[in-house]
Write a new protein. Structure first.
Length: 591
C-alpha cells in the first residue's frame, strides 16, 4: 500500500464497504500517473514550504514510491524557481509589494530592515548564507531584488545553493525515514486504514529535526527560539485576546448583576465616559491643574494641539501652524528639548515619542495629524503608576496599587552591534521585535565599551518597559497629596496617576513628583506585570487584582448611577472604540 492510498483509506474508514473501494480506485489512478506529473506537483509544493516538501520527497523515495532523480530534479527546480520569483517581486515591485496582505503575512518589515543591514555589512554573500539560515531566505532574496542584484548573478548562485542543499535533505530523509517508520510501527501497532501513521510520523520527526539543526547553527536563532518559549510560559506576554478572556467573562457577569454593560463609564463622572475610552489626556490634566493652585507644582506642563486634517488627509499648513504654536509655548514656558509628544487620545503608550530636536518635532507633527499633546519632559529616574481610589462620600482615599517602571538599556562592548546587544540582553530579547522596529535605523551601530543605549522611554509595558510591584513606596503623605489633588477634580473617584520623581524619599513625603498622565476607568493596576511573580503565581495575582478592580468600577458606577448619573449607551461606546481604532493608524512608533 502506498502512502497516498493509506491516507485515502484512513479518510474513508467510517464507510469501508463503498468508500474504501473508491479510495483504492483513486489510489490506483494516482499511482498510474507519470513520474513527471508527480514531480511537477512536488515542484509546486516547494512554493509553500521548501524544506517540508523536500523531506516528503525523500520519504517517498525511501518507500519506493518515487525515483530519486525525479525527486531531486523536481525539488531543485521548484526551489530555484521560487527563489527567482521572490527576487523578481523585490526587483520589479519593491516596497509597495510589502503592502499586499499575502506579502505582509510572508515577509515582515523587520526582516526586510534586517536583511538590508546584513547586505550593508556582508554584501551579496547574504544570498548564499541565507540558504542555510532558518527564516532568512525570503527576506534576503526579496531584498536582493529590491537592491538591484543582477538576475544572472542571483539566479546562478541560487541554483548552485539549491543543487547543494536539496540532495542533502533528500539523502538524509532516505537514510532515516525507514528506521523511524519501523520504530513508530513497532510502538503503535497500527493496521488497516491507519497504516499511514508511521510514515507520517517519520516525516514530521525529520522535519522537526531539520528545523532544530538549522536553529542550532545560529546563536541568534537560538536566542529568539528560547525567548518565544519564555513569552509563552509567562502570562505577562500572552496575547491580549488570551489574557483578557477571563476578564471579559467576569465583566459580563458583573454587567448582568448590575443590569448595565456600560456602568463603569460613570465610575468617574468628571471624565468623558468615566475615562473608559476616548478621553482627552490634555483635557484631564488641564482640569486637574485648574482645580487647585498647588496642582501646578505636581502636573507636567502640557499643551493641547488641534488636529491637522483637511478632508481626512494631513494638512501641511496646519502642521506648520501647530509647530509654531509649540515653539511659542516652549519659549513662553522657558522649556527646551527634549519634550514629549503624544496623541491626545491614546492607549497603552501608542504614539508616545520623546523628541530631542526641532526636526524630530516637526516630523512627528507632520506624520501624526490627529489632536496631540506636547508636554515638558519630567526629569527623574523613577517613574511610577499609582492607582488611587476614593468612593463617593468618603473623606479619604486609598492606594490600590503602585507600579515601579524600569527602562531597559543595553551597554556596548565595542564588538556587538545594537541588534546583537538586544538579543544578548536577558530582558530585552523577550521584546526584541518591539526594539528592532523602534531602532531599525541604528541596529548596525556598534556602541563603544561601556556606552549605554536606552531602548525605551515610554513607560508602557507593551512598549518594552519593565514593571515591578512598588507597594513599598506607598505612604500616608503620598496618599494625602493625591487626595488633595483629587479634591480639585470634581467627579474623580478612581484613576492611575502616572508620575515621575527624581527622589524616592521626596515622593514618600508627597513632594517633588510630576504627574504626566491621569487615566480613568480602564487604567490597570499594572503591578500585576511584575515578572518576579513567576509563571504560576502571576496569573493568579493578575486575575485576582483585575477582578477586584472591575468589581470596584461597577460599585462606583452603581453609586453614581444612584446619585443620578447616566452611563453612556453601548452604541456610543462602540462608536468611540471604532473611531479610536481608525485613528490609531496615524500613530507613529513609540520611543
Amino acid at each position: 500500500m502506498t502512502l497516498l492510498s493509506a491516507l485515502l483509506q484512513a479518510a474513508t474508514a467510517p464507510a469501508p464497504s463503498v468508500l474504501e473501494q473508491r479510495a483504492a480506485e483513486l489510489a490506483a489512478w494516482l499511482s498510474s500517473l507519470p513520474y513527471g506529473l508527480r514531480g511537477a506537483a512536488l515542484a509546486v509544493a516547494t512554493f509553500i514550504s521548501e524544506d517540508l516538501t523536500t523531506v516528503f520527497a525523500g520519504v517517498l523515495v525511501a518507500r519506493d514510491e518515487l525515483p530519486f532523480t525525479t525527486a531531486l530534479v523536481a525539488c531543485t527546480l521548484g526551489i530555484w524557481i521560487g527563489d527567482g520569483g521572490i527576487w523578481a517581486l523585490g526587483r520589479f515591485f519593491g516596497r509597495p509589494a510589502l503592502k499586499l496582505p499575502l506579502m505582509r503575512a510572508w515577509i515582515s518589515q523587520d526582516s526586510i530592515t534586517r536583511a538590508e543591514r546584513w547586505f550593508g555589512k556582508r554584501g551579496l554573500r547574504v544570498v548564499i548564507v541565507s540558504r542555510f539560515l532558518p527564516g532568512s531566505r525570503v527576506a534576503a532574496f526579496f531584498t536582493a531584488g529590491m537592491l538591484g542584484a543582477r538576475a544572472t548573478w542571483f539566479l546562478g548562485w541560487a541554483l548552485l545553493m539549491a543543487v547543494i542543499w536539496t540532495p542533502l535533505l533528500i539523502l538524509a530523509a532516505i537514510a532515516a525515514a525507514p528506521q523511524l517508520e519501523r520504530w513508530a510501527a513497532s510502538i503503535l501497532q497500527l493496521e488497516g486504514a491507519w497504516r499511514f501513521v508511521p510514515p507520517l510520523i517519520s516525516l514530521l520527526v525529520l522535519f522537526l529535526v531539520l528545523r532544530t539543526l538549522e536553529m542550532l547553527t545560529d546563536w541568534r536563532a537560538r536566542r529568539l527560539y528560547v525567548a518565544r518559549w519564555v513569552r509563552r510560559l509567562h502570562w505577562e506576554f500572552w496575547p491580549p485576546w488570551v489574557f483578557y478572556a477571563p476578564c471579559a467573562l467576569f465583566y459580563l457577569a458583573l454587567a448582568v448583576r448590575h443590569r448595565s454593560l456600560t456602568l463603569p463609564t460613570v465610575a468617574n463622572p468628571g471624565m468623558p465616559a468615566g475615562g473608559f475610552l476616548g478621553e482627552s489626556k490634555g483635557e484631564i490634566l488641564e482640569k486637574l491643574v485648574s482645580g487647585r493652585r498647588e496642582a501646578q507644582r505636581f502636573v507636567a506642563r502640557t499643551l493641547r494641539l488641534p488636529a491637522a486634517l483637511t478632508g481626512g488627509a494631513p494638512d501641511p499648513l496646519q502642521a506648520e501652524a501647530r509647530w509654531q504654536g509649540v515653539s511659542a509655548w516652549m519659549a513662553r514656558e522657558g522649556l527646551d528639548f527634549p519634550i514629549v509628544l503624544k496623541p491626545d487620545v491614546g492607549q497603552r503608550g501608542s504614539g508616545v515619542r520623546l523628541v530631542r530636536t526641532e526636526d524630530e518635532a516637526r516630523d512627528y507633527l507632520r506624520s501624526m495629524p490627529l489632536a496631540a499633546v506636547v508636554q515638558e519632559y519630567a526629569e527623574g529616574p523613577h517613574e511610577l503608576g499609582v492607582f488611587w481610589v476614593r468612593a463617593p462620600g468618603e473623606p479619604r482615599g486609598r492606594i490600590f496599587s503602585i507600579t515601579e517602571k524600569f527602562f531597559p538599556e543595553v551597554v556596548g562592548d565595542g564588538e556587538h552591534d545594537l541588534h546583537d546587544l538586544i538579543l544578548l540582553h536577558p530582558r530585552a530579547v523577550l521584546q526584541s521585535r518591539v526594539f528592532f522596529r523602534r531602532h531599525a535605523e541604528v541596529l548596525d551601530w556598534v556602541p563603544g565599551p561601556g556606552a549605554s543605549f536606552p531602548l525605551v522611554t515610554s513607560g508602557n509595558h507593551c512598549q518594552g518597559t519593565l514593571f515591578k510591584d512598588g507597594v513599598r513606596l506607598g505612604s500616608d503623605a503620598l496618599l494625602a497629596r493625591l487626595d488633595a489633588l483629587a479634591d480639585g477634580y470634581p467627579g474623580l473617584h478612581a484613576g492611575r496617576f502616572d508620575l515621575r520623581a527624581p527622589d524616592v524619599d521626596a515622593l514618600q513625603r508627597g513632594e517633588g513628583f510630576r504627574i504626566v498622565e491621569l487615566n480613568g476607568a480602564t487604567a490597570e493596576a499594572t503591578h500585576i506585570y511584575d515578572p518576579a511573580l513567576g509563571p504560576w503565581k502571576g496569573p493568579l495575582v493578575a486575575y485576582r487584582t483585575l477582578f477586584a478592580q472591575w468589581s470596584l468600577m461597577f460599585r462606583l458606577g452603581a453609586a453614581n448611577r444612584a446619585a443620578g448619573k447616566r452611563p453612556i449607551g453601548v452604541r456610543a461606546l462602540l462608536a468611540s472604540w471604532f473611531h479610536y481604532r481608525r485613528a490609531q493608524k496615524w500613530h507613529p512608533h513609540a520611543s
